[in-house]
Design a protein around this ligand. Sequence first.
Ligand code: UT7
Length: 367
Amino acid sequence: MTARATFTGWGKCVPPVKLTNADLEQLVDTDNDWIVERTGIRERGISHVETTDLAEVAALRALAAAGLEPADIDMLILATVTPEITCPSNACVLQERLGATNAAAFDLNAACSGWIYGTAAAASMIAGGVAERVLLVGAEKLHWVMDYWDRSTCILFGDGAGAAVLEPSQGGDGVLGTDLGADGAAGRTMVFPTLGTRGRLSSVRDPFVHRLHFDGRAVFKIAVQGIEKSVRRALDQAGLSLAEVDAVIPHQANERIIAAAGRRLGLDPDRVMLNIATHGNSAAASVPMAMCDALESGLVQPGAIVVQTAFGGGVTWGSTVARWGERTTPLGTSDAELPPCNDTVFDLLAANRDFYAPLHHREGAVR
Ligand code: UT7
């Protein structure tokens, strides 16, 4: 009999410094009402540390919640679209930090769908006997690639990390259905090449290449339609109906996207997890942070049917359907914390503003 993977531990790491809508009013031509009405976002985390620092705290909390030590893990998957290093992978950096010496480790890039792809990979590895105890982390330092002169993008994104442990289920709980997909042809709607060399050897980072290029309206449509179809396919695979779903944990990209997809699916908004107001869109970290909040708030109850769904750059999308186990509280807690930060949010964004300034202070500049 193949083992079904179930979530046994979870944890998140939220940066202490917030970028509020009032702060953004000082940086770009925007206002709180526009942002709240169009996106539902009121503030987002801005990290003073690197992606793997956020990942480490979330991972230690998830391990404690599962009652496990780092050495108990045999697979570590780190989903991120803002890796701080290419090789070694961020997962290997984290493996060393945690002392997860028995774990294989790799990074996974499916942008905002990274958590769902990671869950599917973890569940398949557990079912196939490749791994037994998987630590899955979604971590992002997205503000690094945000142009804080560009109001159409910089209001949306935030930093953070979420993590979970998946283990073979001992009962009827676990991942019951998955749907994954991609459309590379639509990939140009959301692009940030990070290093921007595209095969060219270059020691100079070009702010125009580096910044997020984003067609918000196109992504909005793709997202609403994509979520609906993907959730339906994952439920079909699980042999369940929408009426049987207790909780939906969607990627927190825009409250209006979530509401529109929810209406198409006929979902009661009370069953849908929303925490975008305080986190913004944190890409691969978004669903696991929302999952932690859904457990804390009681939206996820023992034995609940839980749908997790996301879409993002690539374009990619995915959904999982799981029956939650009997435990919705952590077995243990970790005292892991980020180092304190004495900088203001404007201090943290200063280097970024300087980097992108040339794009906005010359003739024909983008705006
Ligand atoms: O994780 C996946 C990645 N991202 C997403 O899923 C986001 C998907 N897209 C969206 O969430 C929305 O398209 C946005 C929030 C990005 C934009 O909302 P929208 O309702 O599609 O606005 P819009 O782009 O159609 O812009 C409407 C107006 C424009 O002015 P005009 O041309 O009508 O005069 C914009 O220039 O709003 C203006 N605008 C702003 N105004 C104040 C754009 N950004 C801002 C801003 N503050 N920050």
